[in-house]
Each structure stands twice: as C-alpha cells, then as structure tokens.
Write a protein that binds this ligand. Structure first.
Ligand code: PXG
Length: 302
C-alpha cells in the first residue's frame, strides 16, 4: 500500500484522507482565519521566520489568539516536513477561528484550528529563462487598506479569485489589480515590479498589497546588486509603457510579464533586469542561510 502523506492537525499527524475540519469551522463558514504559503528548497524552509512573523501579525489584527507560540509553530512546520520526508516542498499553514455556532461573531468559537499541509513541489527557478505570462487589467479593484485589505493574509481570497477568473475568461494567465484610486496594486497572488530606463519601481503598501516576503527579499537583492527600487504609486500607463514588468511571490517565484491587455511590455519577452534578478534569486533560495534547515546536517562518518 502506498503510504499516505501526513497532515498536522491541532498537534497531531493524521493521514491526508482523514485530515478534515468541521463544517462549523468559521474558517470555512466566513473565511475567518489566516494562512501562509511557504516553500522549502533543498531541505531548508525559505524565510520561515518571516512567514511565521507575518502569520502572527495577521492573527493579531484579526484578534485571533494563537493556541501555540511562534517557536512551537516553527517546530510544527519543520516536523511536518520531516514526517513527509520532504526537501523541495510547498507548505500551507492555516489557522482558522475554529468551530462554533452559526453567526459571524468570533466569540462563538472556542478554540482555533491549526493545520499544516506539506507537499512536494519542485522549483521553476534555475539556469533557464523565467516563464513569460500574459496579463489583463482586472475590472475588480484590490480591497483598500481600510477594507478587507490583503495586508492581512486572511482566508478571504474572493477578491483575487474574481480577478483570476476574469483573466482566465479573457485567455490570460493572470490579472493585475488596481487599487481603489486606480493605481497599480498587485496580481492575484504575486507582487509587481516595473523597470523603466534601468530604474525599478514597485507599488507601496498604500495600494492595498500583501507585504510580500519575496517582494521584500527582491528589494534587498536589488540593493545588493546596486539597483535602485522606488516604492511608490504606479499608474496603469506607467506599467504599460515600462521596459519590463515582472511578478514575484512564493508560488510564482519570478515571472516575466509579456503583455498586459494585449499591449506588449517592452519586446514582449524577458527583459535584461528580469533575467538578471531571476538568475540571482535562483541562487538566493538555495543559500542555506536564507532559510531554516529541516534536517540535522549529515554527520561525517568515521
Ligand atoms: N500578494 C498576494 C495577494 C498573495 O496572496 C503575494 C502577493 C506574494 O507574497 P509572498 O509573501 O508569497 O512573496 C501573495 C502570496 C497559493 C499561494 O497557493 C499564494 C500565495 C503564496 C503561496 C501560495 O495560491 N500568495
């Protein structure tokens, strides 16, 4: 019999087919909960400390009292990796408000539900070129910072889902969402950078973006490479007329944007700055010090 993957559920490891939550869980009923999407490369969980810290920040803002502390959560993630014997993986860490009677009030829920799924996932970062994606501008606006902002990494992804479906209907790979003012915000699950005359820009937090961990790491990588990045408001016009546009995120890694709404970006292929950052980021994710090791270093045999 094939061994089933094991999922962490509230402190226990259960087989995938038995890993279930209640239909009364407010995570399901109301999207009331927070999560992280994390990757491991070569036996090291990439920027795990940043993900854990963002998870607890999201929980703080929705006033969800975490049943375990950051150290225990880190240990649970690493143990889930080990239990499944994984080295290159995608990890989904979810904390919901828990089961409770019907009604939006979180006070109806006794205790949060924590689960961690880890599945094998190979990186698309490597010596080759980044993938080129075709985008549209979505007609759905990114939720504002005074609404259900994506600054909270909550289980409510309907804003992104509507944009993603709109892109699929239009035959595009993904959608670029504008903020409530009409400035560029982000893609469905990725942050955006533009390059014009060798200068990089990326939307600032006012545009309702998720504070992406990849975005932050790419900004610091640029500074190491002597490339300037401005965090500022970007108009759809500036994006369409940029020399290069690229997306970054845990899932997307680095993707070149070839066109937006049928308008080619630059040559419509992979630009020089995007290619350079893709190559450098491929090295960054595999550096041991960028992540948290899952396994003990192998002992040298006598
Ligand atoms: N914006 C949004 C709205 C996101 O959901 C990013 C930007 C990129 O952030 P990070 O921290 O990953 O660089 C995200 C991330 C999935 C999945 O399963 C989604 C994300 C991450 C991992 C997996 O679709 N979203």
């Amino acid at each position: 019999m094939v061994k089933e993957p094991l999922v962490y559920v509230d402190g226990r490891f259960v087989e995938k087919s038995k890993a279930v939550v209640s239909v009364f869980d407010h995570g399901l009923l109301y999207g009331d909960g927070v999560f992280e999407g994390i990757r491991a490369y070569n036996g090291s969980v990439f920027r795990l400390a940043d993900h854990i810290s963002r998870l607890y920040d999201s929980a703080k803002v929705i006033r969800l009292k975490m049943p375990i502390d950051e150290r225990e959560m880190t240990a649970a993630v690493l143990e889930t990796m080990r239990k499944n014997d994984l080295r290159d993986a995608y990890i989904r860490l979810v904390v919901t408000r828990g089961a409770g009677d019907l009604g939006v009030d979180p006070a109806l829920c006794k205790s949060p539900t924590v689960f961690i799924i880890a599945e094998p996932m190979a990186s698309s970062l490597g010596p080759r070129e980044p993938r080129v994606v075709r985008m549209i501008f979505s007609s759905y606006r990114r939720d504002a910072v005074d609404a259900t902002s994506h600054e909270i990494k909550s289980l409510n992804y309907m804003n992104s889902i509507l944009a993603k479906m709109e892109a699929s209907s239009a035959g595009a790979d993904d959608a670029i969402m504008l903020d409530h003012r009409g400035f560029v915000s982000e893609a469905s699950v990725s942050n955006i950078f533009i390059v014009k005359d060798g200068k990089l820009s990326t939307p600032s937090s006012g545009a309702g973006i998720l504070h992406g961990i990849t975005r932050r790491r790419v900004i610091s990588l640029c500074s190491d490479l002597g490339l300037e990045v401005a965090e500022r408001d970007i108009t759809p016009f500036e994006l369409s007329t940029a020399d290069e546009v690229f997306l970054v995120g845990t899932k997307s890694e680095v993707l070149a944007v070839g066109s937006v709404g049928g308008v080619d970006i630059g040559t419509g292929g992979v630009g020089g700055v995007t290619r350079k950052l893709y190559g450098e980021f491929s090295k960054v994710v595999r550096r041991a010090e960028e992540g948290t090791p899952v396994y003990e270093p192998e002992r040298v045999r006598a």
